[in-house]
Design a protein. Structure first.
Length: 414
């Protein structure tokens, strides 16, 4: 693909268009120095003047309302949680958003001032936006529908929502917290599925992990996952939703053991349970939790209650990653011996237990089909020890026995 060459004239036109969008609602522009106080250099500058000045590093552009209004400055999380019905703008140099309302009375303005918290929320009577040549201001998509002279009033109901939401964000500024009602589904990041496809963990660890993913999917991390790394969860409610497999033991004990298991594989980095609060960290998952590949809670419920279940789960995770991978694999390329090592059963190879390997492969294939990740090959028969010998001698032929179910042969597109 031929890379399109940078055209300064085209870039200039794009910059002009972005600035002129602000003029229609009623913003004006100044040129200021890039210093601590933004010393004014040129007031009420033309678009061309602003762009000429900010070509030089010592100058910045300043876009501000031409008349008084109430500007509510929010960080990305608060901005998206509020979703207020008015004009907004984005300041690229600070990463903050500004909601604009008509001027408010003193009592309302004071209520907003009482909410002020650094890096989260503040209020201004004439909030401007500073920018440079590489980071231009951004207006809401429906900017053309607004005039600064006719902005909506800040209704009492909206003010109550701002107070309630801002207090929640401020109180949880060091934690990711639940933002909507839990549904029985969760995001499954591909990077996690890939790791689980190469890591054999217990079924109880899978069950716990599903519920952790559910909490993360319904948390503030899916809006902004940059401001914290700790998830805060109501432990009593979380505990009630867990149903583990195996002999009867205290649920608290199983939870701590499975957390430790996930921690030993660096899936969870840390956890703590104090009183009614569960906190945990996962850098791996948090980084990718916005990836919207949805699964339902209970994904592993079809697995047999046997010692082989963790091995089957690992194989299912591996297939899930392959089938959903953006690389669009059309067939398995992994060799049998590598797969067995990945599943933690390399001892079967060392001990030449070919018939047991064949039984395991039949079991894995059956569950792959049951989970909708594999198709049975044409004229398929049970895999035998002779087939295992064939696969060990022909390392690239596993796909002849394990056929991926993809878009071409039946997989539904997401």
């Amino acid at each position: 693909m031929v890379k399109k060459q940078f055209n300064p004239a085209d870039y200039r036109l794009k910059q002009e268009k972005k600035l002129n969008q602000g003029r229609k609602p009623g913003f004006v522009f100044d040129v200021v120095l890039d210093d601590e106080t933004f010393t004014n250099v040129f007031k009420n500058a033309s678009t061309a003047c602003v762009l000429d000045y900010i070509e030089q590093k010592q100058y910045l552009g300043l876009m501000y309302p031409s008349q008084p209004c109430t500007g509510l400055v929010c960080n990305p999380l608060l901005f998206k949680l509020l979703n207020l019905p008015t004009m907004w703008a984005y300041e690229p140099l600070t990463g903050m958003y500004i909601y604009y309302f008509a001027p408010t009375d003193e009592a309302t303005f004071n209520r907003l001032e009482n909410l002020e918290n650094e890096g989260i929320i503040s209020v201004s009577g004439c909030q401007g936006i500073v920018f440079n040549k590489y980071n231009m201001p951004k207006l809401c998509p429906d900017w053309a529908d607004y005039k600064l002279s006719k902005l909506p009033q800040l209704a009492l109901q909206t003010l109550d929502l701002i107070e309630k939401t801002a207090k929640t964000v401020v109180e949880n500024k060091n934690n990711f917290f639940q933002i909507n009602k839990l549904k029985p589904l969760y995001n499954m990041p591909l990077v996690l599925s890939e790791k689980l496809g190469k890591t054999v963990i217990s079924i109880n660890a899978h069950i716990l992990l599903e519920h952790l993913l559910q909490q993360m999917t319904h948390s503030s991390a899916v809006i902004d996952n940059t401001y914290s790394d700790v998830y805060l969860v109501n432990y009593v409610q979380f505990q009630k939703g867990l149903i583990f497999q195996g002999k009867h033991r205290k649920k608290d004990q199983v939870i701590k053991e499975t957390f430790q298991e996930l921690q030993s594989h660096t899936i969870i980095d840390d956890f703590n349970i104090i009183d009614n609060k569960l906190t945990f960290k996962s850098e791996l998952i948090t980084k990718h939790i916005k990836q919207r590949i949805r699964r339902n809670i209970g994904y592993y419920a079809q697995l047999p209650p046997t010692k082989q279940a963790p091995i089957i789960a690992t194989f299912i995770n591996y297939l899930y990653w392959i089938v959903n991978c953006p690389s669009s694999y059309t067939q398995l390329t992994i060799a049998l011996d590598t797969l067995l090592i990945q599943l933690g059963v390399e001892r079967l190879l060392k001990e030449h237990r070919l018939s047991e390997i064949a039984k395991l492969l039949n079991l894995l294939r059956a569950y792959g089909v049951q989970y909708g990740l594999l198709c049975m090959p044409a004229n398929a028969t049970d895999i035998t020890s002779q087939d295992v010998k064939y696969l060990l001698n022909n390392r690239g032929k596993l796909h002849e026995f394990f056929v991926l179910k993809n878009a071409k042969n039946g997989k539904e597109k997401k």
